[in-house]
Structures are given as structure tokens and as C-alpha cells.
Design a protein around this ligand. Structure first.
Ligand SMILES: NC(=O)c1ccc[n+]([C@@H]2O[C@H](COP(=O)([O-])OP(=O)(O)OC[C@H]3O[C@@H](n4cnc5c(N)ncnc54)[C@H](OP(=O)(O)O)[C@@H]3O)[C@@H](O)[C@H]2O)c1
Length: 295
């Protein structure tokens, strides 16, 4: 792609923060919500026309899955119509739009990893709004990359969700609270630092189109929590629960592991989620319990 100037939208979010680090040395313009409100077409156009980027990476989203069920207008406004705004502006500026999407575009009925060829069928408002965003990007902006990922955690913590799953588990353990985590939703947890590396690699190749990018392997949220505690030698009261028992407002796919037929294991596939989790814990200053580190 031979990219030179890259604008990152959502630059202080969880993925945005790691993208800004991964793109160190590039002609980078980090944009936070204070710089650009992507729901505002005129303002977004004005900001991007001044920057004249070769690539815009959109990490901004309304990510609170349960809240999306009630705040349908806001979910579609940020996840779909703002993506349409960016697609139109990028098309007019002849620049590439990299748009981040989600495993929640799938219904979870499959029992083997979803590839880029599989038909989406969202079962909650968040997934529907993100899929609508994908359609706008694909239909309007000829030079686009749509990157679907899952179960993100990163050092910045999701600003939209107020932390990430790993930090929530560690906080609950510290508070000595009993912890109940669903054991019937299977996913590929993904470290935003690894995902940022993949996106950076994609920018250096002539790729366009749709890509799935996650850490390798899969687990349930309960297994993910167990692994966090094992790695740190912690022993909180952790109990497996079910999606039905938990009764969250939004339905969630029971199985949303993504495989990349398109990337074909060339990029992110190399590092498994357990390894990435250990790296995250080390990089956030935690001591790994040596007995568990190799497990
Ligand atoms: N988190 C997950 O587990 C997960 C899983 C699969 C896919 N994804 C996708 O991955 C992407 C990144 O997620 P993330 O976890 O990094 O999210 P995040 O931490 O919540 O970051 C989103 C960023 O976008 C900004 N933003 C929100 N609304 C905006 C708007 N209208 N205009 C401009 N900026 C806006 C936020 O700014 P403020 O902080 O100032 O509000 C924040 O910096 C999203 O597309 C999400 O759908 C996430």
C-alpha cells in the first residue's frame, strides 16, 4: 500500500493506543474524540481534509453490547452511520479506510471457526450495527480493509467499557468477591498489541478487503478467567455459569471463534491467546507464578 500519512481515530481507546505505539515512526496523526466526532459528517470531513491522510484507521465504536439493546439509535449512529461518513470522506479523498469490526456479526451456531466466507447473522443490536457499518464501508469506499476481531484486552483498557475483562477479573479477585463467569461462550481472546501489529503489517502490503484477525486458539470466558488466575497464582472463588443464568440484556453468540482463510496464518495466527495473555500480564507489571508459566 506504501502508506505515508495515517490518521488513527479513537487514538486513546484500547486498540487505538496500541496502534499509535505500533505505528511509531510513521507519519501518524492520532485523533481522539476531542479532535473529531465521527457522527458529525461536516466536522469529520473538515478535519480529514486538513490532514489529507493516505490511510484512516477507525477504531471508534459504541462497544457496550448490553447498552446497545436500549440505545439502538446511538449504536447505529456510531457503529454504522459514522462508518458511512468515514467511507464517503475517504472515498472522496482517495484514501484507504481501515475499519475494525467484530465476531458478534455471527450468530454463533457454527462449531468451528468462522472464516471471511461465512455469512454473518447478528443476534444483538451491537452486531447488527457493526455489520451495517461494514456494509457501508464496503459499498462506498473502494480502498478499504475491514478487520474483524474478538475479545479485545489491552493496556489502555476499553474506554467504552470502563476497563477490560482481565482487569475486571483482577479487581474482583482483589475485592475477595465470588466470581461467576460464563462457560458456554467460546471465543478467541485477543491482545490489542498483537492486533495492532497485524494491522500495521496489512498497511505494508497491498491487501484490501475483509480479514479476520485474532490471537490463535480459543476458550470460554470462564477458561480465560481461570487462566488469568493460574498465571498469577491467585485462588479466588471462581464459578462457571451459563448465559441463561447470567441473563444479560443482549444475546451473545455461543461460539464466535474467527479463523482467517484470507490471512492464512501468515500474521497474527502465530501467537496463541495463552501466550499473549502472559505477555499482557508481564507488560502490565504482574509477576507470573513460575509453576504455571509453562502450563
Ligand atoms: N472490546 C472488544 O472486546 C472488541 C471485540 C471485537 C471488536 N471490537 C471492535 O474493536 C474496535 C476497538 O475497540 P476498543 O476496545 O479499542 O474500544 P474503546 O477502548 O472503547 O475505544 C474506542 C475509542 O473510540 C472513541 N470514540 C467513541 N465514539 C466516538 C465518536 N463518535 N467519534 C470519535 N471517537 C469516538 C473513544 O473515545 P472516548 O474514550 O473519548 O469515548 C475511544 O477512544 C471497535 O471497533 C470495536 O467494535 C472490540
Amino acid at each position: 500500500m506504501g502508506a505515508s500519512r495515517v490518521a488513527v481515530i479513537g487514538a486513546n481507546g484500547q486498540l487505538g493506543t496500541d496502534l499509535v505505539k505500533a505505528l511509531d515512526g510513521w507519519d501518524l496523526v492520532p485523533l481522539t474524540l476531542a479532535d473529531v466526532e465521527i457522527c458529525d459528517y461536516a466536522q469529520t470531513r473538515q478535519v480529514l481534509e486538513l490532514i489529507r491522510p493516505d490511510v484512516v484507521i477507525n477504531t471508534a465504536a459504541f462497544v457496550r453490547v448490553d447498552d446497545c439493546e436500549e440505545e439502538v439509535g446511538q449504536a447505529f449512529s456510531v457503529n454504522a452511520f459514522a462508518a458511512r461518513n468515514l467511507a464517503q470522506i475517504c472515498a472522496d479523498l482517495d484514501c484507504t479506510l481501515v475499519h475494525i469490526s467484530t465476531d458478534y456479526v455471527f450468530d454463533g451456531q457454527k462449531r468451528e471457526p468462522y472464516t471471511e466466507e461465512d455469512l454473518p447473522n447478528p443476534i444483538n443490536v451491537y452486531g447488527a450495527s457493526k455489520l451495517a457499518g461494514e456494509h457501508f464501508v464496503r459499498a462506498i469506499c473502494p480502498k478499504h480493509l475491514i478487520v474483524r476481531t474478538s475479545g479485545l484486552y489491552g493496556k489502555a483498557g476499553s474506554s467504552g467499557k470502563g476497563g477490560n475483562f482481565v482487569e475486571t477479573m483482577l479487581r474482583l479477585a482483589k475485592e475477595g468477591r465470588p466470581i461467576r463467569v460464563v462457560d458456554d461462550q467460546v471465543l478467541a481472546p485477543t491482545y490489542t498489541k498483537d492486533l495492532a501489529g497485524v494491522i500495521t503489517s496489512l498497511l505494508q502490503s497491498p491487501e484490501i478487503g475483509l480479514y479476520h484477525a485474532t490471537n490463535a486458539g480459543h476458550c470460554t470466558w470462564y477458561e480465560f478467567a481461570g487462566r488469568i488466575f493460574d498465571l498469577l497464582g491467585l485462588h479466588p472463588t471462581l464459578t462457571a455459569t451459563t448465559t441463561t443464568e447470567l441473563g444479560a440484556r443482549a444475546q451473545r453468540p455461543r461460539y464466535s471463534v474467527l479463523a482467517s482463510a484470507a490471512l492464512n496464518g501468515r500474521l497474527l495466527g502465530a501467537r496463541r491467546w495463552e501466550e499473549a495473555l502472559q505477555a499482557y500480564l508481564l507488560e502490565t507489571g504482574r509477576a507470573i507464578a513460575s509453576a504455571k508459566a509453562d502450563g
